[in-house]
Design a protein around this ligand. Structure first.
Ligand SMILES: [Zn+2]
Ligand SMILES: [Zn+2]
Length: 197
């Protein structure tokens, strides 16, 4: 078990379903962001998190910061990068956190395991040991070795708007007006607009 086995980490693992390197990273990133931005876990939409991947790390970011898709203060940009940007709307401060851990760069075990897996060998046992070790290393790494934190300026992405909903002329289901498509002079939803006619 990692040394830094705090209570909120245990709850984060429970929320996500397992401990893994991605979750460990998201946990460290989110904790650093709250500290840098002087924010506790907010109950409202004061904190905005922009995640550049939809990996396990995003679950820890949600759980620790309280930013969620539903509230509109968790924003996903599909860049496949371990980069996380946080804004505090109250103080107007922001930080960009980029993962930069090199602790496993030269670890020969990963390519070796991969090779065996490709050869059809069952490596699930060893893989989970390796992953657990990696998660523990990330939880215990010095912050400066794990991530680069830089302040950001500029306004945070917009607040959740109340949007009008309209009814699709084809399927009759309601959808957000801004997502409508025009086809043959009718406003319809995206799934209907993508169906062949
Ligand atoms: Zn995971
Ligand atoms: Zn429709």
């Amino acid at each position: 078990m990692p040394e830094r086995f705090d209570e909120d980490l245990r709850d984060t693992i429970q929320f996500h379903g397992h401990l893994c390197p991605g979750l460990a990273l998201g946990y460290r990133v989110a904790k650093a962001a709250l500290r840098e931005l002087d924010a506790g876990r907010p109950d409202d939409e004061e904190l905005v998190a922009v995640v550049e991947n939809d990996s396990c790390a995003a679950d820890a970011v949600q759980f620790i910061t309280g930013a969620t898709f539903g509230k509109g203060n968790l924003i996903f940009r599909d860049y496949g990068k371990h980069v996380y940007t946080f804004y505090n709307r109250r103080t107007r401060k922001g930080v960009r956190i980029s993962e930069d851990y090199r602790g496993f760069d030269d670890d020969p075990r990963f390519p070796a395991l991969r090779k065996r897996e490709e050869a059809g060998e069952d490596i699930s046992q060893e893989r989970s040991v390796y992953m657990m070790e990696k998660a523990a290393a990330i939880l215990n790494a010095a912050e400066g070795e794990l991530m680069t934190i830089t302040p950001v300026t500029g306004p945070p992405p917009g607040e959740a708007k109340i949007r009008k909903s309209v009814r699709c002329a084809v399927c009759g289901e309601k959808f957000m007006e801004s997502r409508g498509r025009m086809k043959n002079g009718k406003t319809i939803c995206i799934p209907c607009s993508e169906k062949e006619d």
